[in-house]
Design a protein around this ligand. Structure first.
Ligand code: ASP
Length: 309
């Protein structure tokens, strides 16, 4: 069986197209498994996984946990809020203490950019980055592309616009890398203050007119405004943001085609997207959540194949 070219999943930028294809083929198999009456395989009975969440998460944490359980791995969970990190322990000490309990794989979310890379250089376990600050969120981008492939048959050649807070979004960066690698055309759209200066160097275009961006694309991936990462005001009011960059039924109905709507969650209903759009049949938001489990099972399974046992 083929193997991933990487030893850890630290970011999409470290993968190649073959890795993505392999993850998707493996996820196809696991998607079939999780739709069986018995949604579980014994593949990772001998593997222990630590989920280390140094930053809040709902979907990603549950999705990883479920993926691990479906693969029959043993799991330990850790949230920074309830830990000795508050008492001043360093990241390496925290993780080495956990690893001395014989952990094989660490899934980590951390507020600092590069935390996963740092950890992979200092501890002896497979690391999966579940979001590092404003940098990357590789499993989110994989499940997003997987969901586009499922809905439209392929990612190659598709036109995808990522809308909103590009500046603070690890989802945006990982998606840009993943989509470009698979031959999609990518644009970003949002207030100029929330578009990073050098974003064009990633081979994508910027479109600040929402209507034009939507008229161009096959898929719109709508991002949350990440207020918690904003230390200054990037736009005057939420009302103005909504008027200029909010996705509502009216603007979608004014297009001469039906585009696919995505959102990584959590949704701010009535801000970046209205409820009727989030729940419309052209929205694949809940498919993304379902596919997240299958894609994470695939990533964990493929990395575990590299562990000598
Ligand atoms: N859940 C995603 C993330 O962790 C997106 C978001 O929080 O807006 O980056």
């Amino acid at each position: 069986m083929s193997q991933l070219s990487v030893e850890h999943l630290l970011g999409i930028k470290y993968l190649n197209k073959q890795d993505i294809d392999l993850i998707f083929q493996t996820a196809d198999h696991f998607k079939e498994v999780i739709n069986r009456p018995i949604k579980k395989v014994p593949s990772l009975r001998d593997i222990t996984i630590a989920n280390l969440f140094f930053e809040n998460s709902t979907r990603t944490k549950l999705s990883f946990e479920l993926a691990e359980k479906r693969l029959s791995a043993d799991i330990i969970n850790f949230s920074a809020g309830q830990s000795s990190v508050k008492k001043g322990e360093t990241l390496i000490d925290t993780v080495n203490n956990i690893l001395s309990m014989k952990v094989d794989i660490v899934v980590m979310r951390h507020p600092n950019v590069g935390a996963g890379v740092f950890l992979s250089q200092h501890v002896d376990a497979k690391i999966i980055n579940a979001g590092d600050g404003t940098h990357e969120h590789p499993t989110q981008a994989l499940l997003d592309s997987y969901s586009i492939r499922e809905k439209l048959g392929s990612v190659t050649g598709k036109k995808v616009v990522i809308i909103g807070d590009i500046l603070h979004s690890r989802v945006a960066l990982s998606n840009i890398f993943a989509l470009k690698m698979q031959g999609a055309q990518v644009k970003v759209c949002g207030p100029t203050t929330l578009i990073p200066k050098h974003v064009k160097s990633l081979g994508i275009e910027v479109e600040i007119n929402l209507k034009k961006a939507l008229a161009w694309c096959d898929v719109a991936n709508v991002l949350r405004v990440q207020h918690e990462r904003m230390d200054i005001k990037y736009f005057p009011t939420t009302r103005e943001y909504k008027q200029l960059f909010g996705i509502n039924k009216e603007i979608l109905d004014s297009l001469d085609k039906k585009i696919v709507i995505m959102h990584p969650g959590p949704i701010n209903r009535g801000v970046e997207i209205t409820s009727d759009v989030a729940d419309a049949d052209q929205s694949i938001i809940l498919n993304q959540v379902e596919n997240g489990v299958a894609v994470r099972m695939a990533v964990i399974y493929l990395l575990a194949q590299q562990i000598k046992r």
